[in-house]
Design a protein around this ligand. Structure first.
Ligand SMILES: Cc1ncc(COP(=O)(O)O)c(C=O)c1O
Length: 401
């Protein structure tokens, strides 16, 4: 008898644009921090849909809110008001201390909107003030503007001409940024914590100094918290950890616990750069996505919830450091904070292999940039579940040592 997963692999090969380097499992359902494949095999999920399933799988209040909203109104166009959208925007404004929110459908769309409003704001000051400075090794999305903002040239190959006006600096290098900025700088756009590029946190008051340079040049500071936001760092917005406030912050991924959504949140002054008709979206901020976002926004900012992230994150990082001590020839460095953690391997030769072996043993983890094991699990994980995953990883690493 043919296994169901083999049929799905074949159907995918025949009919799906081959852009994903997929792992050979077909996921079917989940509960909390666990997921099951179509053959009934159980996995502990420490990727959470790449930082998306913040409340875990099948979280009842989220499922109920989505089901209830689906039965009332899934979509109605932004030509009309809805209660879920108004509530979600008000919560984001309150949590961020900024002025206005706008909803799209993805991270790339949130960043695209952020770049656009920053340019529009700067244009009114000086039509030549259009430079956007981003960081090497960053990741901001796959649309043309956001992949240009992404400081990883391999994503940009062969799809040019790219939008003009983007320059790149090394993250955490404040002198380089200073030398690059002028009154032509419209915005500096950074991930508060670099995720896809290998989990790098800001060092030595970097973000405070970036904030000061932006103020000096009347440039906007855009922080991309699509991966690091929504509580993942232990604060609702990761920038709260570093004592600064951006002019624009972008969110997506975990914002609606798995329902597609993206958002940019801006100061009132920046919001005024857009007039009716300057921006829009058909689906963005629809009542279904916003009903889901409201559950996340009522849950994650709670003190106990955030405290648990810090506590479990610190425990997890300590355990990863212990693994580094045990396997110094395999693990070069452990980085990150809260529940965005990375363990850099000494070689890119076996990153994917380690992930595959963990999968075989029932743990879903991830490897980014070929050699950084990245952990961005649901935010509801427990210390026992950290032990469960790290026992599996320990067993796998022992095969390479
Ligand atoms: C920091 C960051 N920005 C933007 C994006 C793009 O988000 P999306 O894939 O929803 O377009 C990602 C996705 O990984 C991300 O990690």
């Amino acid at each position: 008898m043919r296994r169901k997963d083999q049929e799905i692999f074949a159907a995918d090969k025949a009919s799906y644009v081959p852009v994903f380097n997929r792992y050979k499992i077909v996921l079917d359902h989940g509960e909390g921090a666990y997921a099951w494949d179509i053959n009934g095999k159980k996995y502990i999920d420490f990727l959470g849909g790449i930082a998306v399933n913040v409340l875990g799988h099948n979280y009842k209040p989220l499922v109920d809110a989505v089901a209830k909203q689906a039965g009332k109104l899934i979509h109605c166009s932004n030509l009309y008001y809805t209660q879920p959208q108004a509530a979600a925007a008000a919560k984001l404004v309150e949590l961020s201390g900024l002025g206005k929110a706008f909803f799209g459908n993805s991270g790339a769309e949130a960043n695209e909107g952020a770049i656009k409003i920053a340019r529009k704001y700067a244009h009114a000051i000086n039509p030549e003030k259009s430079q956007i400075i981003t960081a090497w090794n960053s990741f901001h999305g796959r649309t043309l503007a956001t992949l240009t903002a992404t400081g990883q040239p391999h994503y940009q190959e062969g799809v040019g001409p790219l939008p003009a006006g983007f320059d790149y600096v090394h993250y955490n290098d404040i002198e380089e940024l200073e030398s690059m900025m002028s009154d032509k700088t419209a915005a500096v756009m950074l991930e508060t914590i670099q995720g896809e590029g290998g989990v790098y946190t800001p060092e030595n008051d970097y973000l405070k100094k970036v904030r000061a340079l932006c103020d000096k040049h009347h440039a906007l500071l855009i922080l991309d918290e699509i991966q690091a936001g929504i509580g993942r760092s232990g604060k609702f917005f990761a920038y709260e950890k570093y004592g600064i406030k951006p002019d624009i912050v972008t969110l997506a991924k975990g914002l609606a616990g798995g329902v597609p959504i993206g958002a940019f949140i801006v100061t009132d002054e920046v919001a005024n750069a857009f007039k009716p008709g300057d921006h829009g979206t058909t689906f963005g901020g629809n009542p279904l996505a916003c009903a889901a976002a409201n559950v996340v926004l009522d849950t994650v900012p709670e003190e106990d919830f955030l405290h648990n992230i810090e506590e479990v994150g610190a425990y997890f990082k300590g355990k990863l450091e212990a693994l580094q001590d045990k396997y110094p020839t395999l693990i070069k460095e452990v980085r990150g904070t809260g529940l965005i953690l990375g363990a850099e391997l000494t070689s890119a030769d076996y990153g994917r292999d380690i992930v595959n072996n963990c999968l075989e043993k029932g743990a879903i983890i991830n490897c980014t940039v070929g050699k950084v094991l990245r952990f961005i699990p649901p935010l509801i994980i427990t210390k026992e579940q950290v032990d469960e995953v790290l026992d599996i990883l320990d067993g796998v690493l022992s095969q390479y040592a």
